[in-house]
Ligand binder design. Structure first.
Ligand code: GLU
Length: 325
């Protein structure tokens, strides 16, 4: 027996003796299981480029509605709206992970929220009934490809208007003004994006949020996932230090986990538009007419109060429309 094996035998004997005595002297040890990352979660060692400068004038200026909104039985023949009506359903790209905007209600099993009711309002204007909607669930990164492939007629999914996206799709006027903030665990000590230098900050692939994190002067490490709820799970599992995206989305995550809180001021403004295929100017004008009516007849406010007021405070005035022609 060499010296090492003698030591091992002695240690074993000592353990046996300890095992026979009182166990209270040995504190329990803690072994954490290696928690898997949500599917598709990636720490970006090559962060996406910071958001490009606006190079298209004011991207939120959309196309002016033309005249009064036509009744569902008087849609202009040959128009995009008439074609959608002939198909029988308005196919809308939405989210199912954003509590109160587009989320699967666990009690009813159906996808509901502010964005879903905006979709129903467009369907009401085309078909005369809000139920002529087919929802297609999309992640952030699937929004533009789905529109370009003709898989959806319109995307109503917490989607910010910007010059870059306007190269691929058309946008309605602004129907909601969000701002990018930060969600952290309570008592984490983080105070906003400026305090997260070198820390892992989560956002979805294909979102403006991810690029805004990458462009933050404090230099956080962007971590990309498929869905916003993946970010919440990663925060809960200590796999990221923060989530950063629109205050709307973060308020929904905070409502689902009382140990989290939003901190810091908004550091990017995120004006939401409904996205449509490029070139369908008749549809853009029509959708803008529907939004305009909702701004003035109280239904925008009713939609806000139904879904958002308890999370985001009393209803602001609906965003004013801007038009370029
Ligand atoms: N508003 C941001 C965007 O359009 C983030 C929201 C999201 O991706 O769902 O990219």
């Amino acid at each position: 027996m060499n010296r090492r094996s003698i030591t091992a035998v002695l240690a074993g004997a000592l353990l046996l003796v300890a095992g026979c005595g009182t166990s209270a002297a040995v504190p329990p040890t803690e072994v954490s299981a290696k928690v898997p990352l949500p599917a598709g979660a990636t720490e970006l060692t090559e962060p996406p480029a910071a958001p490009p400068a606006a190079d298209c004038g004011d991207p939120t200026a959309s196309l002016r509605p033309q005249g009064a909104l036509p009744a569902p039985n008087a849609l202009p023949p040959g128009s995009t709206m008439a074609k959608i009506k002939a198909k029988g359903k308005l196919v809308v790209g939405v989210d199912q992970n954003t509590f109160r905007f587009g989320y699967r209600d666990p009690f009813t099993g159906s996808v509901s929220g502010f964005d879903i009711d905006m979709a129903k309002a467009i369907a009401q204007a085309i078909f005369g009934t809000p139920s002529a909607v087919q929802l297609r669930i999309l992640t952030s990164s699937q929004r533009i490809p789905a529109l370009k492939a003709g898989d959806v007629d319109i995307v109503i999914r917490t989607m910010s208007i910007n010059c870059e996206r306007l190269k691929d799709v058309a946008f309605s006027s602004v129907y909601y003004e969000a701002g990018q903030r930060v969600l952290v665990k309570k008592a984490s000590g983080f105070t906003g994006i400026g305090s997260l230098g070198g820390k892992r900050v989560c956002a979805t692939d294909g979102s403006t949020s991810l690029r805004n994190i990458a462009g933050a002067p404090s230099k956080p490490v962007p971590v990309q996932v498929n869905d916003w709820t993946d970010c919440l799970v990663m925060l809960q599992q200590n796999q990221v230090d923060a989530v950063s995206t629109d205050d709307t989305i973060l308020a929904g995550l905070a409502a689902q986990d009382p140990f989290t809180e939003m901190v810091g001021k908004p550091f990017y403004s995120e004006p939401y538009g409904m996205a449509m295929p490029k070139g369908q100017t008749d549809f853009v004008r029509f959708v803008n007419a529907v939004i305009e009516r909702m701004r003035t007849d109280g239904s925008w406010k009713a939609n806000y109060n139904r879904w958002l007021a308890d999370l985001l405070g009393p209803a602001p005035a609906p965003p004013a429309a801007k038009y370029r022609d």
